[in-house]
Design a protein around this ligand. Sequence first.
Ligand SMILES: Cc1cc2nc3c(=O)[nH]c(=O)nc-3n(C[C@H](O)[C@H](O)[C@H](O)COP(=O)(O)O)c2cc1C
Length: 355
Amino acid sequence: MGKFYESVLRPYLFRQEAEKAHESAVHYLQFLGRFPFLCRMMEWRNLRPPRSKSIALFGLQFPNRVGLAAGMDKNAKFWPVAGALGFGHVEIGTVTYHPQQGNPRPRLFRYPEQEALINRMGFNNDGATLIEKRLGKQIRRNLKRIPLGINIGKSRIIRIEQAVEDYLKSYHLLAEHADYFTINVSSPNTPHLRKLQGSEYLPALLENLATANFERARKLGTKPIPMLVKISPDLTYREIDFIMETVLDLNYDGIIATNTAVSRPVQLRTRSEPGGLSGRPLQKRSTDIIRYISKSTQGKFPIIGVGGIMDFASAGEKIDAGASLIQIYTGWIYRGPFFAKHLARSLAHGHKKWI
Ligand SMILES: Cc1cc2nc3c(=O)[nH]c(=O)nc-3n(C[C@H](O)[C@H](O)[C@H](O)COP(=O)(O)O)c2cc1C
């Protein structure tokens, strides 16, 4: 399938404008979701690498190490089929409390020679209220097969001083459906969002969310929902130290490293658009950050590694650097629908090639 995708399907999809191709993909995947029996059969074939055990992390069981990164299924439309394609977990969103359209198009650009993307989507999504309803219906139909992460961010119309309230509203609406939450403070396309990573705002934001999470668990007599923070690759190591201190102090469960980069670690061959860079040029920077966090926490703090995983070698590097799980987005666009399945098998069995 990998070869067929790269020689036939990808050229066809890449002839379409990037966001149109994305919309077509979402549409096809939603269509696949109409055939639950077929999905179950595909899960049975694709989800768990043969002779492998599931991975236990922050109280959840993951059938394999490879998840779908946030941004691909912003509106929770096709996540129930992710397991059929071989993903061991899926992260929807970023969801904001207020529905929003995002930035004007075009806002997604391909750089095929360097296997990269630049996006400035700006958290286009249907908003927490509608997405909660959609999730409720899907989960009642018993479509949740793999751990579901919900990634939440700040609504654009909300001032940074009111961000805590805004995140809390999304948290409360969506908590019932989340196997874990990702607090996104690192997307480059919402003005001021990344300031939330700094000392002025981060402690209050994370503390309020942690308190709400513990309160909810106490009231319901359940375990708190695992809470993760997703960080930017553009941070300095000193800034990362501060984030790690805060996250450890507040007993957060893990870190997702990294989001897309505003910096350009590698020069692009064609004109670089403003926005967040992902794919191969991000690979080294995100791995360096994972290694740094892993070393500074003696390998004890859960890390989900994401950024430029394009083949088995780059997936293996993230695990070697200290990630327990990985996520993919751009690699999936370049390698095709079953890339996660092949990566998961390679990681489970130490194959040298991804296909
Ligand atoms: C088009 C696009 C949209 C994205 N949207 C989000 C988002 O809404 N929230 C988020 O946390 N990350 C978002 N990301 C970042 C990815 O989740 C991931 O962290 C990043 O792309 C690096 O991984 P990759 O190189 O495998 O793509 C987006 C990435 C792309 C390419």
